[in-house]
Design a protein around this ligand. Structure first.
Ligand code: AMP
Ligand code: MG
Length: 419
């Protein structure tokens, strides 16, 4: 038996980061930037007002107070979207709107609240006077040219995950497209004579193919593009054929046919068609696991992850082994999910020295997280996953975790962050 880390490292060693693609900015959300993006100009491009108010020279209002306001002559207005032609002299002010470029000569903005302009929406203050009731430090309420992004500055570096903030930053720089690492196409093939497609009538002795759907959904959730190749029966010819079709992808995931007592043909086919190792991994659920590569017609080697057929085992092994592999292909370096420390409220036994991923519900009471097991933990009990928001890690060496003992929990959902 090999350890979880060993298995994961062997898989990751083989996985390579995919090529890049250039596409419309918004389509890049959730992908990793494959270029350095520098600012071609200053942001903001000019000094501009952070408030609705009056642009002034700080010196003109030195000593102004509510009791002794300074009266300035208003020489015009500056609105957002225009470069003002006005030039401010000492003792004058320009009525200015938020975002408007500062007129030449102005260095400070006095908000309406600190003037005697009662209604900021009144038609125009042109030609009038304004009483300023505060003195302000030079530069107050002014957004400086280049204060957010200076021309030439590296704003979002190669390798960064594009979240909404980065998408906005690239838009600020007028970039309609970005170069990102492409998403992997993840082929998904179920195996088993007993497994039926979900749009077929249910027949005696058969079960529906849930694995392809849970695995495809997991692939989507971590950024991949699933491609379903249906169900291959446990016979050599058809399975070989299905595997060959399934190589039209960046990674092939199969479910079933890798357990020890299984109908051997699946292993034979995998071994004959590719360079596949079968491992028993010190993990529960999901002990039997296959990993290898298939050489495609075009010479490319496609990684294959053979997950166990039991629905919980296939989901948990996807989580532990396939998700980091997909992340790596996408250029991500943050491969692990966040974990929390929680107090177990139920006992979990661990008799055979494997790392148990117990399905739990984590809740917070006060400052402490608590984890409750989601009922029966059999590897066929998919509802144990349905009810869970986390996987509690019971270490290999722990024969039992008793109620009240702390555990580390991998969070599958967190607050309103689903999957
Ligand atoms: P296997 O790993 O092929 O021995 O499969 C173990 C068990 O997992 C089978 O007995 C089925 O009950 C279940 N199983 C296998 N494949 C699927 C599938 N695609 N969808 C749902 N359950 C499956
Ligand atoms: Mg099977």
């Amino acid at each position: 038996m090999i350890s979880v880390e060993d298995a994961l490292n062997r898989i990751l060693d083989f996985i390579e980061v995919l090529e890049t693609e250039e596409k419309p900015l918004l389509d890049c959300l959730g992908q990793v930037l494959a270029e350095d993006v520098c600012a071609p100009f200053d942001v903001p491009p000019q000094d501009n007002s952070a408030m609705d108010g009056y642009a002034v020279q700080a010196e003109s209002i030195a000593g102004a107070s509510p009791e002794h306001p300074t009266i300035l002559r208003v020489i015009g207005e500056a609105a957002a979207g225009h470069i003002s032609q006005l030039r401010l002299e000492p003792g004058t002010a320009v009525r200015i709107m938020t975002g408007a470029s500062l007129p030449r000569g102005a260095d400070t903005v006095v908000p309406f609240e600190d003037t005697d302009e009662v209604d900021p929406n009144r038609v125009s203050a042109m030609g009038s006077e304004i009483a300023i009731r505060v003195s302000l430090a030079r530069g107050s309420n002014v957004r400086r040219k280049g204060e957010d992004m200076a021309r030439g500055e590296l704003v979002v570096e190669c390798g960064r995950l594009l979240r909404p903030a980065e998408i906005g930053a690239l838009a600020t720089l007028g970039k309609p497209k970005a170069r990102v690492i492409r998403r992997p196409v993840v082929g998904i093939l179920a195996t088993g004579d007993e497994v039926l497609e979900i749009d077929q009538p249910l027949l005696p002795g058969k079960i529906y193919n849930s694995n392809s759907y849970s695995l495809a959904a997991q692939a989507i959730a971590c950024g991949g593009i699933p491609k379903l190749f249906g169900v291959a029966p446990d016979n050599r010819e058809q399975l070989s054929q299905a595997v060959r079709c399934g190589l039209d992808c960046d990674m092939l995931i199969t479910s079933g046919g890798v357990s020890l007592g299984d109908y051997d043909v699946v292993k034979q086919v995998l071994a004959a068609e590719g360079d596949v190792s079968f491992w028993t991994v010190r993990i529960k659920p999901g002990k039997p696991l296959a990993f290898g590569t298939f050489r495609r017609g075009d010479g490319k080697r496609i990684p294959h992850l053979g997950l166990p057929g039991n629905p919980v085992s296939s989901m948990v092994t996807f989580e532990v082994f396939a998700r980091p592999a997909i992340f790596k292909m996408m250029g991500r370096t943050d491969l692990a999910r966040p974990t929390v420390r929680a107090i177990m409220e139920d006992a979990v036994k661990n008799r055979d020295g494997r790392r148990v991923f117990a399905r739990v519900v984590v809740s917070q009471r006060g400052d402490t997280y608590y984890a409750r097991v989601t009922g029966a933990q059999g590897s066929g009990i998919l509802t144990s996953m349905v009810k869970a928001n986390g996987l509690a890690i019971i270490p290999e060496a722990a024969e039992e975790v008793k109620p009240g003992e702390p555990v580390e929990v991998v969070m599958l959902n967190w607050g309103n962050v689903q999957y």
